[in-house]
Design a protein around this ligand. Structure first.
Ligand SMILES: *Cc1c(COP(=O)(O)O)cnc(C)c1O
Length: 374
């Protein structure tokens, strides 16, 4: 078993994916402006019920596009949780903004809104990025209300959160802009890729302009012109868009298959008294990106390492999960976030993807059980 590590990665293309990509080879239009991009963006916008979707080349630049689209100026303070991965902080820095760590609430990936208010009083926060790690539902209504009251733009980094609902609607539909990744590990996979959602036309136009070399819709001629503004090229290749359309058509089935495994795993792991599933806001269901548990008696770091030698890889072990401000590149932004530190020390993740059969689940449960004896 040990040489086949069970982990939160299941790349599973089927014949319909291959067919979709083959059918998209087009000898008249094969760039990031191919019509297939627009088709993909309609599929995305329809799935989430958003006004605009903008496909782009990865989830990291999707976050940069969000900040630029929202007009967050260089030097502005952008808050994020220390529980986020590197991909959430890098685009803040590449957009010229200053990352500010806002703690999460106790045993939650929701921002600590009291801490947010304190930070905002010290010096205004221009935008807040929330990150529902492993697709766990957050307290979104309260976050939206606080951001509105303080005039803070809200960005959701939903890379893990395809299909999770909070307060009765999809994560990704609360923010001024929401960002997704379609990296191989994510639940809609185009290898590399990402997209932004927004209901704000002018934000969409600014994101599009930055993504496409500073392209502006010319006000009079209705022709698109370059050279009036700066930007860069973050377009998605059309082959990825074709794959994305088909992956979206399979998403609801994938969610259902993962949730079956979540239910089995939850039932089996409930018998282990030293661990507890990470709380879900209002008990809304997770999407099955991965399950998150925490150790009631302290750190889970050593257990995660031992589990790996037995062939079960927690994401926290895989990327040596630590508060982002403990990474060498970001120590200059450090501030004490005790809730985040506690979560990071005690949690571990368990895979629950559709590639696991009942035998796999039994094995994973036995390894967790082995390592979390009283
Ligand atoms: C995957 C991921 C991203 C973006 O990653 P890319 O590899 O650039 O697509 C951003 N945020 C989170 C939380 C992620 O997991």
């Amino acid at each position: 078993m040990a040489n086949k590590a069970y982990q939160n990665l299941h790349i599973n293309f089927d014949q319909s994916d291959y067919n979709a990509v083959l059918a998209s080879f087009n000898t008249t239009s094969f760039s990031g402006k191919s019509p297939v991009i627009g088709e993909y963006e309609s599929v995305i916008a329809n799935y989430f019920g958003s006004q605009h979707a903008l496909a782009c080349c990865n989830g990291t630049v999707a976050i940069e596009l969000a900040l630029r689209g929202l007009g967050i100026k260089p030097g502005s303070r952008v808050a994020l949780p220390p529980t986020a991965p590197i991909m959430t902080i890098l685009p803040i820095i590449t957009a010229g903004c200053v990352p500010v760590f806002c703690d999460v609430s106790a045993l939650s990936f929701s921002p600590d809104l009291v801490h947010l208010q304190t930070l905002h009083r010290e010096q205004p926060i221009a935008a807040l990025i929330v990150v529902p790690m492993w697709g766990y539902p957050l307290e979104m209504r309260a976050v939206v209300e606080t951001c509105r009251a303080l005039d803070i733009r809200l960005v959701e980094d939903c890379a893990h959160a395809f299909g999770t609902q909070s307060d009765g609607q999809y994560l990704g539909t609360f923010g001024d802009v929401s960002c997704f990744s379609t990296h191989e590990r994510k639940m809609v996979s185009t290898g590399e890729g990402g997209f932004c959602l927004t209901n704000d036309e002018s934000v969409y136009e600014r994101m599009l302009s930055w993504q496409q070399h500073g392209l502006k819709p010319a006000s009079r001629t209705s022709q698109y012109l370059l050279g009036e503004d700066i930007g860069t090229n973050y377009k998605l290749p059309p082959l990825c868009a074709a794959l994305g359309i088909n992956q979206f058509s399979r998403l609801d089935r994938k969610l259902a298959e993962r949730r079956e495994r979540v239910a089995k795993m939850r039932k089996a792991l409930a018998a282990i008294p030293t661990i507890c599933e990470f709380p879900r806001h209002q008990h809304a269901e997770v999407n099955g990106y991965a399950m998150v548990y925490y150790h009631l008696n302290g750190s889970s770091v050593a257990q995660g390492e031992r589990m790996l030698t037995q062939g079960v890889m927690s994401d926290t072990t895989r990327y040596r999960y630590k508060p982002l401000y403990h990474e060498p590149a970001f120590t200059q932004y450090a501030s004490a976030c005790p809730n985040a530190e506690h979560i990071i020390d005690t949690i571990f993740t368990v895979p629950c993807h559709e590639g696991l059969d009942d035998g796999d689940i039994d094995y994973i449960v036995s390894v967790v059980n082995d390592n979390f004896q009283c």
